[in-house]
Design a protein around this ligand. Structure first.
Ligand code: ME8
Length: 524
């Protein structure tokens, strides 16, 4: 089974479009796999423990449990509005997860892979970690990225990360599929260099942090939030599940084909802690997951482009966007206007422009024209025709290229390029319509054969596009397929796509605009 996960989001605020992008990307890839005929499983969820969450709850004067429940609801509501269809949902306060984390901790402790020591050092509250001298900048200070830093002298439990660092270096060097895109590998190798002589502190004394999973071998401590959170990828996949549990069969899912994460959490958590934790648990090299690292959505500002952040107050709410422009426009934009792995600037005008030009004017227009004219000139039914010419042949032949390009890019997780292939195919059909002008030639009954052939070709492109675009804009494609009166399209796998999926004698419905154009004023 193809197994896709996303990062689990901290429940210390509402989701923004960076969170939404990652989840939509995963949803698109999961739907794509399923429509290919593969079995696929998509796990997402929320990271509910840790200091950030405890602090925000304290500020609001509520207990963390109540706070987390409320914020989690905000995430599930947002994901519902975006049409995400996940197969599994991870909440780190779930007792099943807690049990799994504690089992792993106990086993590692029993094997001597976790030990206790006194440590005096500097601690970053924002990053929830101890800092070493390697984290100091050229001026010998801890830079702003660490936020408030304080000196601490305390006993804690440590995971023998350093035992696995040499293995990790070799693994990363020799496994080109571990990190996508490949250009991120250098950052990881550099970070491994820095991790060489430091074990990972995996506990927090309860007097500082109560909101976490208690260490099974010392009730004075809770688990470091990253140690807890990373385990979600296996705990919710059924790792060590107890009998009768409804969790999936672990062996059918693991290893994950894609851990989809943002570039900020590649190092050290996902590329150092996680593989070393798995290695310590006994997973082999063949059982390591693949990391798909996406870029960042930034915000355009007068000085260029800046990070989205609550403190700057430039965070974009995906729920507002869906309420204003609909699910299709938002999903389409989020995977169309960024190249997977790279950054992009969020720009509302581009959202509207892409929706209006590529969906409303291109696909919407083709769909409207094809259905309208089939009603008007062909009694709403596709009719046999003996007409054929070079342009018909070319349009039919363009399908092969579009399909090949679409699957090649989807297989490499490059949704934007895959969409270009589909949009090009649809544009070809609009050019074809302009060439034949069925609305003009239909006035002369002698052209009936040509009109029928042209309309059949246009309808065919609409039908094929509705299958190819379904993983990206499922709602709109369902509306198109309903107007084509072709429910069988929703069952179609990509491999079954070939010219001629709308049979002759097939009746279509009257069109209703699938993509009503969005006016700019509406956005303001
Ligand atoms: O890091 N553009 O949670 P988180 C694109 N709980 N992606 C963005 C983004 C942006 N502007 N801002 C955030 C955590 N993200 C941990 C993860 S996983 C075991 C634990 C992405 O809520 C970010 O890169 O801070 C990450 O992948 C995800 O949103 C959650 O971030």
């Amino acid at each position: 089974m193809y197994y896709i996960t996303t990062a689990i989001d901290y429940t210390n605020g509402t989701p923004h479009i960076g969170h939404a992008y990652e989840k939509v990307l995963a949803d698109v890839l999961n739907r794509y796999r399923k429509q290919k005929g593969e079995e696929s499983y998509f796990l997402t969820g929320v990271d509910q423990h840790g200091q950030k969450v405890q602090q925000t709850a304290e500020k609001e004067g509520v207990n963390p449990n109540t706070y987390v429940k409320r914020v989690t609801k905000g995430f599930t509501t947002a994901w519902d509005k975006l049409g995400l269809e996940f197969d599994g949902w991870a909440e780190t306060t779930n007792p099943l997860h807690k049990e799994c984390v504690q089992q792993i901790l106990q086993k590692l402790y029993d094997e001597g892979q976790i030990y206790k020591k006194q440590y005096k050092g500097f601690y970053s509250i924002r990053q929830e970690q101890f800092l070493t001298d390697k984290e100091r900048n050229d001026a010998g200070e801890f830079g702003q990225e660490w936020g408030q830093v304080e000196e601490r002298d305390e006993e804690n439990y440590y995971f023998r990360l350093t035992d696995h660092v040499e293995w990790l270096r070799q693994f990363v060097e020799t496994n080109d599929d571990f990190i996508i895109p490949a250009f991120r590998k250098a950052d990881v190798l550099n970070a491994i260099e820095r991790a060489e002589d430091t074990d990972l502190c995996i506990s927090r004394p309860k007097e500082r942090l109560r909101w976490g999973i208690e260490l099974p071998f010392d009730s004075e401590f809770v688990t470091f939030v990253w140690f807890d959170a990373l385990i979600n990828y296996i705990s919710f996949a059924g790792y060590n599940k107890s009998e009768g549990s409804e969790l999936p069969e672990f062996n059918s899912l693991w290893p994950a084909n894609l851990h989809i994460i943002g570039k900020d959490i590649l190092v050290p958590s996902h590329s150092i802690y996680w593989p070393c934790m798995l290695k310590a648990m006994g997973f082999s090299d063949d059982e390591m997951p693949t990391l798909l690292v996406h870029g960042w959505w930034n915000i355009k500002s007068t000085s260029g482009s800046e990070k989205m952040s609550k403190s700057i107050g430039n965070v974009v709410d995906p729920v507002n966007l869906v309420e204003q422009f609909g699910q299709d426009a938002v999903r389409y934009y989020l995977v169309r206007d960024i190249h997977t792995g790279r950054d992009s600037d969020y720009d509302i005008e581009r959202l509207l422009m892409l929706f209006n030009t590529e969906l409303a004017n291109n696909l919407g227009n083709l769909c409207n024209r094809a259905l309208n004219m089939t009603k008007r000139y062909s009694e709403g039914v596709t009719k046999e025709s003996s007409f054929d010419d070079e342009s018909c042949k070319q349009l039919r032949e363009s399908l092969d290229g579009a399909l090949a390009s679409y699957s090649e890019h989807m297989d490499k997780h490059n949704i934007s390029f895959a969409l270009e292939a589909v949009i090009g195919f649809i544009s070809g059909a609009n050019v074809f319509a302009e060439l034949h002008q069925p609305w003009t030639i239909a006035k002369d009954p002698a052209n009936a054969e040509q009109v029928h052939a042209v309309l059949n070709h246009m309808l065919e492109v609409v039908a094929i596009a509705s299958v190819l675009l379904k993983p990206i804009i499922p709602e709109a494609c369902e509306r198109i397929q309903a107007q084509l009166k072709a429910p069988f399209l929703s069952e179609l796998k990509f491999g079954e796509l070939e010219w001629g999926i709308i049979p002759l004698g097939h009746e279509v419905a009257k069109p209703k605009p699938v993509f009503p154009r969005i006016q700019l004023e509406k956005a303001e």
